[in-house]
Design a protein around this ligand. Structure first.
Ligand SMILES: [Zn+2]
Length: 232
């Protein structure tokens, strides 16, 4: 039998569904290598689905009302007293205020130390021939431009579904992932937040299994009634 892309996708991809029930207010497939952004309203829950497994979703979060307040890795890690993000972790801003809370997580641990790929880091790590590879930084710039953000607004980020172990001597690894098709993380917005996601285009290390695949983003409103069609 000839295995076509369509049959491969049907067997391999798992688009899953929202982790927290509620009316679906947004449902979008982020194509491989591309970016996505939207304002997520306070009280709603964003579920991110790792459709193909081990696909890094690089993520930045800003207060929608004032984007100079934005996600802060040091504030978040100090507040959690944990080098990883797990269920219950509160994603803190540079003003020390909660932006979102992880209310569901199907991966052992989530990374926020490894950073985002860029053509600059690619050429340093993998050689000058990678200079023309599209990278997360380009996705962040393209999506950010839709909201008045520029290069100076790009800060350290979260890498959903990327496995970056912190070794005993403090070094970081970027190693084979622990995620799988259909695995999810769910984030409740503690205020109106602008969420920017780069579906990582990296093909020079194992963060995407050398095979960029889609991500699915679903936003549900738990306070709104759920229709039968939403229950699928
Ligand atoms: Zn990347």
């Amino acid at each position: 039998m000839t295995v076509t892309w369509a049959t491969y996708e049907a067997d391999y991809f798992d688009y899953s569904g929202p982790m927290v029930p509620g009316a679906v207010v947004l449902d979008h497939e982020i194509a491989p290598r591309s970016g996505w952004s939207a304002v997520v309203s306070a009280g709603t829950v964003l579920t991110l689905v790792d459709v193909g497994g081990n696909q890094s979703g690089d993520c930045l979060i800003y207060a929608a009302a004032d984007t100079t307040e934005r996600y802060s890795v040091p504030d978040t890690l100090v507040a959690q007293r944990n080098a990883y993000l797990v269920e219950g972790s509160v994603l803190m801003s540079n003003e020390g205020r909660p932006l979102m809370t992880i209310v569901g997580n199907e991966v052992e641990r989530q990374d926020t130390i490894g950073g985002a790929c860029s053509k600059e880091s690619n050429t340093l790590r993998y050689g000058h021939h990678t200079r023309f590879h599209h990278a997360c930084r380009e996705n962040f710039l393209l999506e950010g431009a839709r909201h008045g953000l520029g290069a100076r607004d790009l800060v350290s980020n979260i890498n959903w579904f990327m496995n970056v172990p912190v070794e005993a001597d403090g070094t970081l690894g970027i190693v084979d992932g622990m995620s799988a098709p259909g695995k999810r993380v769910a984030l409740r917005a503690e205020r109106d937040v602008l969420v920017v996601i780069s579906n990582c285009p990296q093909v020079n290390n194992p963060c995407n299994d050398f095979n960029p695949t889609p991500l699915r983003v679903i936003v549900t409103d738990p306070s709104a009634s759920v229709s039968e069609t939403d229950r699928r």
